[in-house]
Design a protein around this ligand. Structure first.
Ligand SMILES: [Zn+2]
Length: 316
């Protein structure tokens, strides 16, 4: 069925290692929703490098993404991939946030923005047509991607701002994790100082979307893990897409049951199927050295207060 009008897109914003990959998969399994993973990496990791899709096939072997390419452009080989990658790199970066807020300040930037917005508008429309979904879930997270999406034509943007405790996030960035979707290569690591400063920057920039008129709701990862069903229902109310209880039966008290999906990029959780146990990784409480812990507290104090981490998690 051909659908017309603006495409509803739920953008999962916030900092890396905040549980966005898992949450996007849960939301993507709600009837009518479709998770595409981190779409900001479409051109570089999908079209150019042909990396693995969430369905375990390589991007160009995946029937879903092949059909999206045909629907949007008559095939991915009909697009100048080099141009698309250049546009992504010179627009979807947090350093360009001021220009994404006020693109008229630079004529060359505004021209690039118009061109890239037109390309991505076709991609979002094609994802909706090929999947037949009502709502696309994009877990790109970066504030720059959310600010960019405001300019994409015919996209009805809403943001779920995922936050996880700064100590948990900083510890996660310091850990060695092998990527199942990249032949065991390690995930990127950042020292705690950098992770703490980015945690503040990413979260506060995501918060600022509200001031620009983008409908947004906050979701603490700890609350999602403590009561997944209730938090998903709350997010669905925010999106004005409430679902019947039986449509959410894959979400239990402590587990979720996931099939595969076609995520273009994300953390290795995107490949797992079956029963997923939801539990909070609290390893940082013992593994983070006291000095590092104090430093993270100091650097992220405004966010710790703002996002309610002064009271025990899982309670309101
Ligand atoms: Zn796929």
């Amino acid at each position: 069925m051909t659908q017309s009008g603006a495409v509803p897109v739920v953008f999962l914003g916030g900092h890396g290692r905040s549980g966005s990959t898992l949450f996007s998969r849960v939301l993507g399994h709600v009837p009518g929703f479709w998770a595409v993973g981190e779409l900001r990496y479409l051109w570089e990791q999908g079209v150019r490098r042909g990396r693995m899709c969430g369905c375990s096939l390589r991007f160009h072997d995946c029937p879903f993404w092949s059909d999206v390419g045909k629907e949007a452009f008559g095939g991915w080989d009909q697009v100048d991939v080099g141009e698309a990658v250049r546009l992504h790199r010179t627009i979807e970066r947090n350093r360009y946030l001021p220009l994404l807020v006020a693109p008229r300040a630079s004529t060359p930037f505004r021209r690039r923005l118009d061109r890239y917005a037109e390309l991505m508008g076709r991609v979002y429309q094609a994802v909706r047509q090929v999947s037949g979904c009502e709502v696309i879930v994009d877990s790109s997270k970066f504030p720059s991607s959310a600010y960019f999406l405001r300019h994409v034509p015919d996209v009805d943007l809403r943001v779920v701002h995922l936050v996880r405790s700064s100590h948990g996030v900083c510890y996660s960035w310091s850990k060695k994790v092998a990527r199942a979707d990249r032949g065991g290569r390690p995930m990127a690591r950042h020292p705690p100082t950098r992770a703490a400063l980015e945690w503040v920057g990413f979260n506060f920039a995501t918060d600022a979307l509200r001031a620009l008129g983008v409908p947004s709701t906050l979701l603490r990862y700890e609350d999602f893990v403590a009561r997944p069903r209730a938090e998903v229902e709350r997010v669905l109310r925010f999106l004005e897409r409430e679902r019947r209880a039986e449509e959410l039966s894959f979400i239990g008290e402590e587990t979720v049951e996931l099939g595969s999906d076609h995520s273009v990029a994300g953390n290795p959780v995107r490949l797992r199927v079956g029963i997923e146990h939801l539990r909070l990784d609290e390893e940082w409480r013992t593994a983070l050295p006291p000095r590092t812990r104090r430093m993270v507290t100091l650097l992220t104090a405004p966010g710790i207060a703002r996002y309610g981490y002064l009271r025990p998690v899982g309670r309101r």
